[in-house]
Design a protein around this ligand. Structure first.
Ligand SMILES: Cc1ncc(COP(=O)(O)O)c(C=O)c1O
Length: 469
């Protein structure tokens, strides 16, 4: 689902699928159908597969991706560090490594986790091929067909195909400006219990959520950990964005509150260094970590040793916090630009989140607009976003969209939002003509301009996802 902006050709990203092959036809499929495992029925192409092909075109402004701005990494540094890896560790960097990851890399991860207040030991870590692999390995390890996963609604669109591939039943819990509604989670757990079902794990992106941009409050974090402890439930905390904070003070990750009993933690170098390295990690209770490691052996033996050496060299020769500081300043400005552009171009009836960090804004339009249909119109204007349905497994999210503000510059962001605003306003006018309703007056210009330190700006906060039907 992540869409690269580069005109040089299609690139897949954190939420993407490969492409470039001609589409399989129904008759091609029939020839092989009897051979496929049952689980392949649950494997759905991410909604963005076709979209990616289109947004790779240089004329398209893609606000659909989830990409960091890798041009912020100085290319001279890249060259110098690669040379150091080649001269100092050539044979080791080109060799297979331990499945759990290089010890030196684990000490870098210990530093990164300490920065967010987490104490972890090297032997509590498993280095993975991106954070995405953690989601896959957790499912591989815990999920039998029909098992329940509880997730936020909306949830990370890149997890949707993974949950599908393992044939999980996913229960999605609504969110508001303070993240997952833990009161509703509790009710859902009670309901499941009455049906004799216990979720295998609760999946959450508590900080600067993808796609909603909201952050779970401290009170809810404590309550979630209490629930997990009382009911002995595992929680998968997915935290790629915690260090990308633009306003306010950090909150403790769930992992820090739980002390390693029920929380499986997912971290990644993708958003604080570079996704091309494909390096992430899991921290988990010992027995779970062992199973994840066994699962990984069967998947890829080990993550790129070369990439791991590169990160070790980077941590040894540079202050790794510098790039994060630069990214924060860059993205903060882009977020503010997008919020201002939304206030200027989106109709009064729409609402959106004001993230204090991360890469995404979640906007919800009047109920009668379907963002999947709207996307086709937007593409005609050469602009793209992620339709909200990609973040649900049950058809909800039809009036919402995810907008990314990290990868294109300020002028392009403004133009992109203006183009989406144009097609949205056309739909609003069409609806009012057909129904005889009068569209609201244009939004007053400063209505949604971000207020420093405010969680919500002028916008009404997180549109609760509307249930289909
Ligand atoms: C919430 C979330 N989890 C996991 C990932 C996977 O990232 P990666 O595999 O690059 O570490 C992403 C990437 O966009 C994400 O947003």
């Amino acid at each position: 689902m992540t869409i690269d902006e580069t005109p040089r050709g299609p690139v897949t990203g954190g939420e993407s699928h490969g492409m470039g092959r001609p589409r399989t036809t129904a008759s091609d499929l029939e020839r092989y159908a009897a051979l496929f495992a049952r689980r392949t029925r649950g494997m759905k192409s991410s909604a963005m597969r076709d979209l990616m092909a289109i947004t790779a075109r240089p004329e398209v402004i893609s606000l659909a991706g989830g990409l960091p701005d890798t041009s912020a990494f100085p290319s001279d540094d890249l060259a110098a560090l690669m040379t150091r890896v080649a001269t100092n560790a050539s044979a080791r960097a080109l060799q297979y490594g331990p499945t759990d990851g290089l010890l030196e890399l684990k000490s870098c991860i210990v530093q990164v986790m300490a920065e967010e207040g987490m104490a972890v030991a090297a032997d509590e870590l498993l280095v993975t091929t991106g954070g995405q692999q953690v989601i896959d390995l957790v499912c591989k390890t815990l999920i039998d067909p029909g098992d329940v996963i509880v997730a936020e609604g909306p949830t990370y669109p890149g997890a949707v195909p993974t949950f599908g591939a393992y044939e999980a039943d996913v229960v999605q819990i609504e969110m508001d400006a303070d993240g997952m509604r833990v009161d509703l989670l509790e009710q859902a757990l009670d309901r499941l219990e009455r049906d004799g079902r216990t979720p295998k794990f609760i999946y959450t992106v508590p900080t600067f959520q993808n796609p909603a941009g909201v952050t779970m409050s401290l009170e809810r974090r404590h309550r979630l950990i209490r629930l997990a402890t009382q009911r002995e439930l595992l929680v998968l905390e997915d935290n790629p964005y915690g260090l990308l904070r633009y306003d306010g003070s950090p909150l403790p990750p769930l992992y820090a509150l739980d002390r390693g009993e029920y929380v499986i933690y997912l971290g990644t170098f993708s958003k604080i260094l570079a996704p091309g390295l494909r390096l992430g990690w899991a921290a988990a209770p010992g027995p779970v970590l062992e199973k994840l490691s066994l699962g990984k052996q069967g998947t890829d033996l080990c993550s790129s040793t070369f990439g791991q050496h590169f990160v070790v060299e980077y941590f040894a020769r540079r202050d790794w916090r510098d790039l994060i500081a630069a990214l924060r300043a860059l993205y903060r400005g882009r977020r503010d630009t997008m919020l201002e552009a939304l206030a200027e171009h989106f109709p009064r009836e729409s609402e959106w989140t004001r993230p204090a960090g991360g890469l995404f804004i979640w906007a919800t339009l009047p109920e009668y607009i379907d963002t999947t249909d709207l996307l086709a119109r937007a593409l005609r204007e050469h602009v793209a976003f992620v339709p909200g349905r990609a973040a649900f497994l049950d058809g909800r999210g039809g009036a919402s969209m995810r907008l990314n503000f990290s990868v294109v510059g300020v002028a392009v962001l403004q133009e992109g939002v203006a183009r989406i605003g144009k097609v949205v306003n056309e739909q609003v006018r069409l609806y009012s003509t057909l129904t005889g309703t009068v569209p609201g007056p244009p939004r007053e210009r400063p209505a949604n301009v971000p207020q420093p330190g405010s969680q919500a700006g002028g916008a009404r906060i997180v549109p609760l996802p509307r249930r289909a039907g």
